[in-house]
Design a protein around this ligand. Structure first.
Ligand SMILES: [Fe+2]
Ligand SMILES: [Fe+2]
Length: 161
């Protein structure tokens, strides 16, 4: 595999673990706020991100290339409201989509077809991730300072498996 593309795949593997860390920090925030439903949702999200990282791990190995694990960036860990948390999550997912798209362009440039096919799943996944987080941002904006509405949303998000 092209060296530049391999490096980029290893960097994305690391970014997915950073995403897991970021959502785990958000889960901890919601635990502190006693919003158990939001916390559960964030915990599930963190797990998904770790799964994403493992997809890169498996793909690099399948291509008989070398996985290089790098230090995971420390995420932000305090927020002032659930809305601020989900605004960050949405912004984060937009950033990740951008990285996935750049990675796809690099795979095209290097004419690496298996990597292009591998990335299709992530391109679709990112559409879902952005949509999901934006939806919650909008619901929290509508809830405003109404704590009953926030609690209702907490219960709703807590039903995530
Ligand atoms: Fe991800
Ligand atoms: Fe994500």
């Amino acid at each position: 595999m092209d060296k530049e593309l391999l490096d980029a795949l290893n960097i994305q593997l690391n970014r997915e673990f950073h995403s897991a860390y970021f959502y785990l920090a958000m889960a901890a925030y919601f635990e502190r706020e006693n919003l158990k439903g939001f916390a559960k949702w964030m915990r599930a999200q963190a797990k998904e991100e770790a799964d994403h990282a493992m997809k890169f791990f498996d793909f690099i190995n399948e291509r008989n290339e070398t996985v290089v694990l790098k230090p995971i960036e420390v995420p932000k860990q305090t927020w002032s409201s659930p809305l601020e948390v989900f605004k960050d999550a949405y912004e984060h997912e937009q950033k990740v989509s951008h990285y996935i798209h750049r990675l796809y362009e690099l795979a095209q440039e290097k004419r690496d077809y298996p990597t292009q096919v591998f990335l299709h799943w992530f391109i679709t996944e990112q559409v879902e991730e952005e949509d999901q987080t934006l939806q919650i941002v909008e619901l929290l904006e509508k809830a405003g300072d109404n704590f009953a509405a926030i609690l209702e949303l907490d219960e709703q998000l807590g039903s995530r498996e």
